[in-house]
Design a protein around this ligand. Structure first.
Ligand SMILES: C[S@@+](CC[C@H](N)C(=O)[O-])C[C@H]1O[C@@H](n2cnc3c(N)ncnc32)[C@H](O)[C@@H]1O
Length: 340
């Protein structure tokens, strides 16, 4: 069976018009994965919920709100770097590149790269990859502003999207992975994931990754525990999602948001803390969850890096560093690499 045919069997294709199409795994596969993963990750001593489950419609909207909070420096800082590279990035790309983005979200930052692509001749092609349906809204908005743009959206995990891309065609890709989303991976998983990206890339492809840097504890902790409580709402929303989609009975009043910087491991750790001894039924995962007062459910790690570590991580995964750009305060980094 050819790869293209296999792909069509795994994904349902939605053609909206000549400029917009989506690929999405069959619904049964998505539901099965969610209930199975929750069943295993909450049925152990150190309980956790993967951060990829934050992003239902409400979670994606809340993340958008987080991005404009005064405490949440990463978004505006990365945007400032993307503005700074407007004159430099064009020397690395040409009209034969397509733009691919892992975890594209609202595609707001993407616009700064699309502006560069728009100055080149030819068709403007964008492949956003995101687990959230938000991808459809952001794609429609982009098409209103970029007349030569053609979008193929892949509503799937990063890994699913990379598999899709690997066999798609021979066109050169500039792959974006912004927002320091890479920092959500445990170091070993992150290394494996970078190797997967490297394996997906063709010899002339490029990869641009945004990574958050180590900084003052107070700045970090406020960014993940803001005064308006939006991050807390975002964290707690994953329980509402489990209630709605997996037929569970979490009482959100029995949990609180907890975010702390672990200096030794250079990461913000985000948890949901149980305020009482309690039992929760998650019907579709066949799980009776018993939680003690003050027990933590881990929901996200957000690793912070030092520049030599970024070089080390990327080179060990088989990349050659082309350039690293920083903001004026050295709070955030953008690194462009090719396959070694
Ligand atoms: C932290 S947000 C970053 C959004 C945007 N790239 C930015 O820099 O502001 C992470 C995005 O990746 C998506 N996402 C999270 N985990 C994912 C996964 N495992 N596979 C695919 N998409 C994922 C989310 O839906 C969300 O849109």
């Amino acid at each position: 069976m050819s790869n293209t045919l296999q792909k069509n069997l795994d994904y349902k294709k939605f053609v909206i018009d000549s400029k917009l199409q989506y690929f999405k795994p069959h619904a049964t596969k998505i539901e099965k994965t969610f209930s199975e993963e929750i069943s295993s990750s909450l049925n152990r001593d150190l309980k956790f919920i993967s951060p990829k489950f934050f992003y239902d419609k409400k979670g994606s909207d809340l993340f958008e709100k987080i991005c404009s909070l005064p405490e949440y420096y990463p978004t505006r800082t990365e945007i400032s770097i993307l503005k700074k590279i407007q004159d430099e990035l064009p020397s690395y790309i040409d009209k034969n590149f397509r733009l691919v983005e892992l975890g594209s979200g609202t595609s707001v930052k993407t616009r700064l790269i699309l502006d560069i692509f728009a100055k080149l001749e030819g068709t403007l092609e964008y492949f956003p990859i995101d687990i959230s349906e938000i991808l459809t809204e952001s794609s429609e908005q982009l098409l209103q502003n970029y007349s030569r743009l053609h979008i193929t959206g892949i509503i799937d995990t990063y890994e699913g999207g990379l598999e899709f891309l690997k066999t798609y065609d021979d066109k050169k890709n500039l792959i974006l992975f912004l927002g320091s989303s890479f920092g959500n991976f445990f170091p070993n998983d992150g290394y494996e994931f970078l190797k997967k990206i490297n394996f997906t890339m063709k010899p002339d492809d490029l990869f641009l990754i945004g990574l958050d840097l180590v900084k003052d504890r107070q700045i970090l902790e406020l960014a993940y525990d803001d005064s308006q409580g939006v991050t807390a709402e975002f964290n707690l929303n994953v329980l509402s999602r489990i209630n709605d989609e997996l037929d569970a009975d979490f009482n959100l009043k029995n949990f609180t948001h907890h975010a702390i910087y672990n200096e030794e491991d250079q990461r913000i750790e985000m948890y949901l803390k149980s305020l009482v001894n309690q039992s929760v039924v998650i019907s579709k995962s066949n799980l009776l969850l018993n939680l003690k007062k003050n027990e933590l459910i881990h929901t996200e790690h957000s690793h912070k890096y030092r520049l030599p570590q970024i070089n080390e991580i990327l080179t060990s995964a088989g990349f050659e560093i082309k350039h690293t750009w920083l903001d004026d305060n050295k709070h955030f980094s953008l690194t462009l690499v090719s396959k070694n």
